[in-house]
Design a protein around this ligand. Structure first.
Ligand code: C2E
Ligand code: CA
Ligand code: CA
Ligand code: CA
Length: 282
């Protein structure tokens, strides 16, 4: 029994250690990631299904860690939020994605919008407004082609501060989008408080659209609401033709999802636009 107990002990302890150390390890590696240029931005197209045009891209960051491979944002963003590194990462994403959009616009893809995700921590930085202004000046991107995506939890932590920040950004001409709409508790009251241009219907409503009449009713209500408030509405997470057709019937104009395209590297996103825009002109 004694030997057994010891074996158990030895079995569990290293297991726990390795979990703890792998989190620490991830955090340690994250500290070096920016200067080692390990981040990469993927771009996912947003399409207006009425006009057949690509209206924008969402910038989605990935971490290409030499030993671990491609680390998805859901794994490292929470860590970066905790330790504050998110501020540097986000600044990097903002600068690069804005520069990329300017390059695309100069290459003829004019009118293309760039959606960039802001995290709660970043939103508490008083420097955010100045940073955005600097990056727009640096890259030469017109403010209306930058769309900052925020979720309810981003603004929830300090509603008054958030309101002030968003109004300043809005006055600068930057667009603001409410991400994951419908998943929080106070989405509706926030629509009134904050100067949003766009609503992104959360993927959870789109996912079961086929056999769920409730989701259908919710989406249809969101679209009606958004339209009456003069907002652009994007349905996220569209994966199938069936979902697309249902959304079309519900009169949803813009979609983003795997059905149309997965997030792409710069090269592939450029190719995609060349091919797609060429088609939509013919
Ligand atoms: P999000 O802002 O809601 O982004 C949409 C996520 O859904 C992306 O995951 C995208 O790849 C995925 N997606 C798009 N179309 C489909 C589809 O048809 N089906 C399914 N199943 N998924 C789809 P990703 O890139 O893994 O990003 C996850 C989250 O990480 C994002 O959710 C966002 O909250 C965060 N994130 C990504 N990049 C950044 C960033 O640069 N800064 C910050 N602060 N957060 C970021
Ligand atoms: Ca987003
Ligand atoms: Ca979303
Ligand atoms: Ca999300």
């Amino acid at each position: 029994a004694k030997a057994n107990g010891r074996n158990n002990y030895q079995f569990y302890l290293p297991e726990m250690n390795s979990q703890a150390s792998s989190l620490l390890n991830l955090e340690r590696l994250l500290h070096q990631a920016i200067e080692r240029e390990e981040f990469i931005i993927y771009y996912q197209p947003q399409v207006n299904i009425k006009t057949g045009k690509i209206t924008g891209m969402e910038a989605l960051v990935r971490w290409q860690q030499p030993e671990l491979g491609l680390v998805p944002p859901e794994q490292f963003i929470p860590i970066a939020e905790e330790n504050g590194l998110i501020v540097n990462i986000s600044e990097w994403v903002l600068r690069n994605a804005c520069a990329q959009n300017k390059a695309w616009q100069d290459a003829g893809f004019s009118g293309l919008r760039m959606g960039i995700n802001l995290s709660p921590r970043q939103f508490q930085e008083p420097h955010l407004v100045q940073l955005v202004a600097d990056i727009l000046a640096e890259t030469g991107l017109a403010p209306e082609f930058l769309e900052l995506e925020i979720t309810e939890s981003t603004v929830m932590q300090n509603v008054e501060f958030a309101k002030t920040m968003l109004h300043i950004l809005e006055e600068m001409g930057v667009h603001i989008s409410m991400d994951d709409f419908g998943t929080g508790y106070s989405s509706l009251s926030y629509l009134k408080k904050f100067p949003f241009h766009t609503l992104k219907i959360d993927q959870s409503f789109v996912r079961e659209l086929k056999d769920n009449l409730q989701d259908m009713a919710i989406i249809s209500a969101i679209i009606a609401l958004g339209r009456s408030l003069n907002l652009r509405i994007i349905a996220e997470g569209v994966e199938t033709n069936e979902q697309l057709e249902l959304l079309r019937r519900l009169d949803c104009e813009q979609i983003q999802g795997y059905f149309f395209s997965r997030p792409l590297t710069v090269e592939n996103a450029t190719k995609f636009m060349q091919e797609y825009w060429a088609q939509s002109w013919n």
